[in-house]
Design a protein around this ligand. Structure first.
Ligand SMILES: Cc1cc2nc3c(=O)[nH]c(=O)nc-3n(C[C@H](O)[C@H](O)[C@H](O)COP(=O)(O)O)c2cc1C
Length: 302
């Protein structure tokens, strides 16, 4: 019998707040953890000093477990890994990159390791390397994505690994949680839902634009260069897609995304910035506190 993610992480509800580059700080993570889920401080877009500060702050804001998301493609990943090892949050998840060389180092320090994977092949690899659990993230998710849907990943992966599996991608309400659990998932990870929470420091223009958006408003950028990112349609996205699907050379396409996400979440430019968000948009229609979000996801919460 697989151990439950709630038992592994010592959390009340089987819910993880996904790492959100630039905007998942200690305040957001601790609000989620205080409400009974597992909050995450995201290293994406920040340096090791910021991470150190945020872990210290989260310790002041909550006595509940919280984690850290490390993007393994980042140039300063080694400094971030060192500081995380020193500060010892309860668990780590990994964004883009190969987590296998890091698993044992974290575990020897008592840190639980939960890689994010987009395929069964990688799920089996991280399981063989000793991961405590894994997150499968389907292409319905906001941000950088793989090529399988959440439903297909749940179908393909859950029955083929022995460690607990957390489902992510397009899960934004209680029905999504119940569907994932019915598929055998041990829990879910939500990103977009918390991006528009009150505590998330993302610019309010971004949150409002997401609230106004509907099912077909998100598209994938960078599919043709194997650098897929799910974002909301806007002026920037229109011009990007025009080049991506034209005969023009594609070398510059990856570079064209650089700094554009910050333009949206930090500066609030919702036309020339890149708003990363998942597909389950029609239930993302209110900016709520993390406590209220989790109360609605788990109505038995007292
Ligand atoms: C704005 C935004 C930023 C994200 N940044 C990261 C990141 O830095 N690292 C990571 O592993 N995943 C990142 N993700 C993915 C989330 O952690 C989560 O897996 C995903 O949002 C789940 O799908 P959903 O958006 O449909 O809830 C990001 C997602 C969004 C929407």
């Amino acid at each position: 019998m697989k151990k439950k993610i709630t038992e592994i992480l010592h959390i009340k509800y089987p819910l993880i707040q996904g790492g959100l580059a630039i905007v998942s700080d200690a305040k957001l993570a601790s609000a989620v953890s205080n409400a009974g889920g597992a909050g995450i401080i995201g290293a994406g877009g920040h340096d090791a000093d910021w991470m150190e500060e945020q872990i210290d702050l989260a310790r002041k804001l909550t006595d509940k477990p919280f984690g850290v998301n490390i993007v393994l493609m980042a140039e300063d990943k080694d400094e971030i890994v060192d500081i995380v090892c020193e500060k010892k949050p309860d668990f780590v998840t990994f964004g883009a990159g190969n987590p296998i060389p890091y698993i044992k180092r974290f575990q020897e320090l008592g840190i639980i390791v939960i890689p994010v994977v987009p395929s069964l092949r990688l799920a089996k690899k991280v399981e063989a390397a000793g991961a405590d659990a894994l997150i499968i993230e389907g292409l319905e998710a906001g941000g950088h994505i793989g090529r399988q849907t959440t439903m297909a990943l749940m179908t393909n992966v859950i029955v083929n690994v022995d460690i607990p599996v957390i489902a992510a991608g397009g899960i934004s309400d209680r029905r999504g949680i119940m569907a994932a659990m019915a598929m055998g998932a041990s829990g879910v990870q939500m990103g977009s839902r918390f991006l528009i929470s009150e505590e998330c420091p993302a610019h309010v223009n971004v949150k409002r634009r997401i609230v106004e958006s509907t099912d077909i408003d998100s598209v994938i950028l960078g599919y043709t260069i194997d650098h897929s990112v799910r974002v909301l349609k806007n002026k920037f996205v229109d011009s990007y897609l025009e080049i991506e699907y034209s005969d023009e050379p594609r070398e510059m396409l990856k570079g064209r995304m650089r700094g554009i996400y910050a333009k949206a979440v930090v500066e609030g430019d919702v036309e020339n910035g890149m708003i990363q968000v998942g597909q389950s948009l029609d239930v993302l229609n209110e900016i709520l506190s993390c406590n209220e979000i989790i109360k609605r996801l788990f109505p038995d919460k007292e």
